[in-house]
Design a protein around this ligand. Structure first.
Ligand code: MG
Ligand code: ZN
Length: 220
């Protein structure tokens, strides 16, 4: 019998989904909300995470899992400087996090006093969409310099998300970025999801984003 390539890929994904389900149960048993942040490289994932921490902590107790393709601790160090527990997962060049990596990250963190786990996925708009991690919320950070056509070019990643952050809106005066065109693309793929235009420079829009996240916290 020949096992097709498609069958193998489906088996890997369903094994991943089972572990993702266990991660979710692990988090729910501890009353912890988890967020999976996806984006292309340079969209500002770490900057958004840092500012989100500044606004929500210490009222909300946060821990971070940093996905990185190389064993450099640049992003982890920035989080750690804020006094936030952080664990780094090196994928060894792999282009996405999977549920098993996140399980290890969760086990590594001291989560007895945590309300929110933020997971920074690998910078990539394609395969992170296929690997559930067991989070309650998954989102994409798009950014103005990447262009307004991203939802049309990478539809897969926008379909399954719960909200979208549009970062670097301070650059709108300098870049041809048609917000209506961008929003139309999102609306077709994922109607009704909240979109938060923000800037890590001016901090515009952060209250709306963190306010929304706050409403998702169990018991808050
Ligand atoms: Mg980063
Ligand atoms: Zn990948």
């Amino acid at each position: 019998m020949v096992i097709s390539k498609i069958q193998i890929v489906e088996n890997i994904l369903s094994a991943n989904d089972r572990i993702a389900e266990e991660n979710l149960e692990y988090l729910n048993a501890r009353n912890i909300l988890a967020v999976n942040i996806m984006a292309s490289p340079g969209a500002g994932k770490t900057s958004v995470i840092l500012q989100t921490i500044r606004l929500l902590s210490p009222d909300i107790r946060i821990a971070v899992i940093e996905g990185d393709t190389a064993p450099v601790t640049i992003d982890s160090d920035k989080v750690s400087h804020l006094g936030i527990p952080v664990t780094q997962i090196n994928t060894g060049g792999n282009c996405h996090l999977d549920a098993m990596m996140v399980r290890k990250g969760l086990q590594h963190l001291e989560l007895d006093h945590t309300d929110l786990v933020i997971i920074e996925n690998i910078g990539n708009l394609i395969c992170p969409a296929s690997f559930k991690l067991g989070t309650h919320i998954s989102l994409v950070i798009a950014s103005v310099p990447e262009g307004d056509d991203k939802p049309y070019k990478y539809p897969g990643i926008y379909r399954g998300i719960d909200c979208l952050i549009l970062n670097k809106i301070d650059l709108l005066p300098y870049i041809d970025f048609n917000q209506d065109y961008f929003r139309k693309g999102i609306k077709v793929l994922n109607p009704g999801i909240p979109i938060f235009p923000i800037s890590c420079k001016t901090l515009e829009g952060f209250d709306a984003w963190t306010g929304w996240l706050h409403t998702k916290m169990p018991g808050k």
